[in-house]
Design a protein around this ligand. Structure first.
Ligand SMILES: NC(=O)c1ccc[n+]([C@@H]2O[C@H](COP(=O)([O-])OP(=O)(O)OC[C@H]3O[C@@H](n4cnc5c(N)ncnc54)[C@H](O)[C@@H]3O)[C@@H](O)[C@H]2O)c1
Length: 334
């Protein structure tokens, strides 16, 4: 892959610009859709010219498609909303149900249904799939359905994750295994499902949601932190494996974000037993270790950076690890 193929073209080269913005993806998607038996391209009988179904771009992601795991709420939903506002069709893939070995409630079927209608209200298409990132078959079926219905898969946000806290030598085996299976193996399975279509398109953007705890050890979140360190290794390795196919893969590492993963009784009782209240925890973080005393991020703050790693400005960047952590990254080794 030459440097020029990643570069945004100027107005003097409209052909190349069209290829980079939609055409290359559209052509490859049409080929893939044809292989899958999908009528992705229409034949104009009067001219014999094959018309691509992609609309002319009117905003940055118009006509593109983003597949987001854990998209029913929180950071995943915020990513869906940001990309939808910029024109992308969305696939929300979420377990939408609780897991016995996760100690706080996950999204509900109602959350998933509400997320879908909110995204559709933005004027794009949305598919909502109740699925588990531990289930390769469901992921593969879901990617095939995405290509059947949207003709392509441009963006993958590897976001689904669960947290886990406590005394290391007291963790039940089943809980340890669940965190690893979702946060790390689930990320591998999600990526494996999407790579064949991205490779055949010779285009794609992958963003993985790691954590500040993927950059630092943490005695209370030891297994969670390990999965988030591992995810960065996997993201960098995916970047290397897919660079020659014009697929970028970057990770983002948030500090505290106001979501139900952080604001729940299980986490708050563990990190602040004397006052298990989210605002109190964040105030203490501001006072004690946030260089920028800005409180918790909102999910949209993370989503804007995810969108940046899906857009033209970052087309030549891969393998990056991007901290969004109230400035705590300034304490990390370079
Ligand atoms: N909130 C924070 O402070 C914070 C900080 C750093 C990183 N993160 C990471 O951000 C990501 C999103 O977390 P969030 O804060 O939005 O949490 P959240 O709990 O609000 O959202 C996570 C979503 O993933 C879904 N999910 C969980 N397990 C799944 C599975 N096996 N298959 C499919 N979907 C599943 C849940 O139903 C939920 O909708 C996670 O990977 C998390 O580790 C969060």
């Amino acid at each position: 892959m030459s440097r020029d193929q990643h570069r945004s073209s100027g107005p003097s080269d409209p052909t190349r610009r069209k290829l980079l913005s939609t055409g290359a993806i559209g052509v490859a998607a049409a080929a893939t859709a044809a292989a899958l038996g999908t009528p992705a391209a229409a034949q104009d009988n009067s001219t014999g010219v094959t018309a691509q179904p992609s609309p002319e771009p009117t905003s940055e992601f118009t006509g593109q498609c983003a597949f987001i795991t854990g998209g029913a709420r929180g950071i995943g939903y915020a990513c869906a909303e940001e990309l939808a506002k910029a024109g992308a069709n969305i696939v929300l893939y979420d377990i939408a149900g609780n897991i016995d070995t996760v100690n706080y409630p996950l999204a509900t079927e109602q959350d998933l249904a509400t997320a879908k209608s909110n995204i559709e209200a933005l004027g794009v298409k949305c598919i909502a799939i109740k699925g588990d990132v531990r289930d390769s078959t469901k992921l593969e079926e879901s990617v095939a359905r995405t290509v059947r219905e949207f003709g392509r898969l441009d963006i993958l946000v590897v976001n689904a994750g669960v947290t886990h806290v406590g005394v290391l030598d007291e963790f039940p085996d089943e809980e340890v295994q669940t965190v690893i299976d979702i946060n790390l193996t689930g990320a591998v399975k999600t990526t494996q499902a999407a790579l064949p279509i991205m490779r055949s398109q010779n285009a794609g953007r992958i963003v993985m949601i790691s954590s500040l705890l993927g950059r630092l050890g943490n005695g209370d979140f030891s297994v969670y932190a390990s999965t988030k360190w591992g995810l960065i290794g996997f993201a960098k390795s995916t970047a290397l494996a897919m660079a020659k196919h014009n697929v970028t893969c970057n990770s983002v590492c948030p500090g505290w974000v106001r979501t139900k993963l952080a604001d729940n009784d299980y986490i708050l009782n563990a990190v602040s037993p004397e006052n298990p209240n989210f605002e109190a925890v964040i105030e203490a973080a501001d006072a004690n270790y946030h260089p920028l005393p800005i409180g918790a991020y909102e999910p949209v703050d993370i989503a804007r950076v995810v969108k940046m790693f899906c857009g033209q400005a970052t087309a030549m960047i891969t393998g990056e690890v991007f901290d969004i952590s109230q400035g705590q990254n300034a304490r990390l080794n370079a």
